[in-house]
Design a protein around this ligand. Structure first.
Ligand SMILES: [Ca+2]
Ligand SMILES: [Ca+2]
Length: 237
């Protein structure tokens, strides 16, 4: 929750500044039709992104944060850093709009509206994996994902820690950000790792948790899985 409440005049000034800076910056998007088909035509901001039903689609509250060894990065910007939309940095570098979980750390977000199981993937977890220069490999920091409707009973997606890391978060680079028009709720364009509630036999989930599964020696303060954001593909009111 934000603690500062700027007055109307200040908000107007801020909005004007934001509009100016947006107008002055060339959007950085991958080339090709795919980059635009899924985008929001008006380039709307994070808080405006919603499903057809009007439901908000991002995390709205951190309900648990248990950092592990070597955490620290991003903690001064908690909880806002993991709420709202992803700020992906693309294939070649890891985004810094993240909080590091540290080795064995865990975080749970309450979504703004329940995720519901419909056809295909239902939500996306965004980390900050990137392609290692000079190699086809992505620098992965794996996370195990679990979901719950009531915060008491959880269903966990089985994460295979061997490539290609099926069922894990922290595998794919993130493309959607506020600097482009890629739809952060469309798994075809957003990047990140998409999950289908049907995989774990769940019809509806309000809470999504990620637990770090990294095995490297800690590299403080950015050890382990780095959470950027979580977005619903299918959200209910
Ligand atoms: Ca589904
Ligand atoms: Ca990472």
């Amino acid at each position: 929750m934000r603690t500062q409440q700027p007055g109307t005049a200040a908000l107007t000034a801020l909005f004007a500044l934001a509009s100016l800076s947006l107008g002055a910056c060339a959007p950085s998007v991958p080339t090709g039709d795919a980059a635009f088909e899924g985008g929001s035509p008006d380039g709307s901001s994070s808080d405006a992104v919603a499903t057809e039903s009007g439901a908000a689609v991002f995390g709205q509250r951190v309900v648990e944060f248990s950092p592990g060894e070597g955490a620290g990065f991003g903690q001064s910007r908690m909880p806002d850093i993991v709420l709202g939309r992803p700020e992906g940095a693309g294939d070649m570098r890891g985004g810094t709009h993240v909080v590091s979980l540290g080795r064995g750390g865990r975080i749970c977000l309450e979504m703004a509206a329940p995720i519901v199981d419909r056809e295909g993937a239902d939500f996306i977890v965004f980390e900050n994996g990137f392609i290692v220069a000079g190699s086809p490999e992505v620098f992965v920091e794996l996370g195990e994902v679990s979901v719950s409707e009531d915060g008491a009973r959880f269903a966990t997606f089985a994460c295979d820690t061997r490539a290609p890391y099926r069922g894990c978060a922290g595998v794919n680079p993130v493309y959607a950000s506020s600097t482009n028009t890629l739809d952060p709720t469309d798994p075809r364009y957003a990047g990140g790792d998409a999950f289908d509630l049907a995989t774990v036999g769940v019809g509806r989930a309000r809470i999504v948790c990620v637990r770090d599964l990294s095995t490297r020696e800690p590299t403080p303060p950015s050890s382990g899985f780095d959470l950027d954001a979580i977005a619903s593909v299918h959200a209910d009111r």
